[in-house]
Design a protein around this ligand. Sequence first.
Ligand code: NDP
Length: 333
Amino acid sequence: NQQILLAERPKGMPDSNTFKFVKNDVEDVKEGQILIKTLYVSVDPYMRGRMVNAESYIEPFKVNEVIEGGSIGEVIESKSDQFKQGDVVIGMFGWQLYYVAGENEVRQIDPSIAPITTHLGILGMTGLTAYFGLFDIGKPKEGETVVISGAAGSVGSTVGQIAKIKGARVVGIAGSDEKISYLKDELNFDEGINYRTTDNIEADLQWACPYGVDVYFDNVGGEISDAVMTQLNTYARMPICGAISTYNQEEPDIGPRVQQTLIKKSALMQGFTVGNYSDRFKEGAQYLGQWLQEGKLTYRETIREGFENIPDAFLDLFRGKNIGKLLVKVSER
Ligand code: NDP
């Protein structure tokens, strides 16, 4: 087997010292267990939070243990009545080539309905994050303006499209011209702002949002969010989904204090994690699947290849190299 362990807890941007590759034998498969060959590994920004020993909604990774995360694999041996060889399964088995799972640890997915990778993205964790964050907290109404940061990523690109389905005006903020073209030309966003090349993001926002901002779906935090908060309308809603611009900072992020803004605008800011909605995942997946089928929703994936490239692919999230969901393909089916 090949596994990637957390070698040490990173300070700042993780690097090659953060990860350790090990080779070892695959365990024997016991009664009730299955052997899975990993096909695709998901790399996600929240994993950075699990690399440090801090209190959170999810346990930190343990040093010298396999990095856990969403993965898709194929059953290559089964001693369970619930799975047979060739079944495709999804679970949290993370950064390893093979995994012996108990039958309740993974869930089967149907490759005939949608490409299997969609279960790690648009029909999986990131799609559901977009769905619940936008609709339960953002609550966009027809004609309102929705601004999204991290707009060309997996969560952001879904948020924008489903906000359009609800008839909102949608403005995306992202880090390259290619991403802005993707948002406007392929996803029908009304406007896009490249935060890396603009010299005045507030002015750009004013121009892109002539009627102000009703919903700000925040994936990045930091200065981009400070700028958006100068443009809020009364009763604006802000689902706080992520703060990727601060995940590698060594010091706490101190920006403009927002209390007065929230008071003056009677604005609502609410953090959330997708796990809060686990009892409604079926509903979310149903709508997302339906919109996908009807062609109202599309998605992109950035797929890197090779087990050895998983850590570098993870770092690509912080370099903004991906459009849509970032995945690593590690084996052929
Ligand atoms: P993405 O596909 O959006 O990938 C991350 C993107 O973040 C990059 O492509 C990059 O795009 C952007 N980015 C990286 N560094 C910075 C920076 N310093 N400033 C601004 N943008 C930056 O990842 P996901 O869709 O998986 O996740 C998006 C956000 O949602 C993350 O913050 C994540 O933690 C959060 N999240 C929260 C969940 C929840 O339950 N609350 C669940 C899932 C995700 P660019 O080129 O535009 O900079």
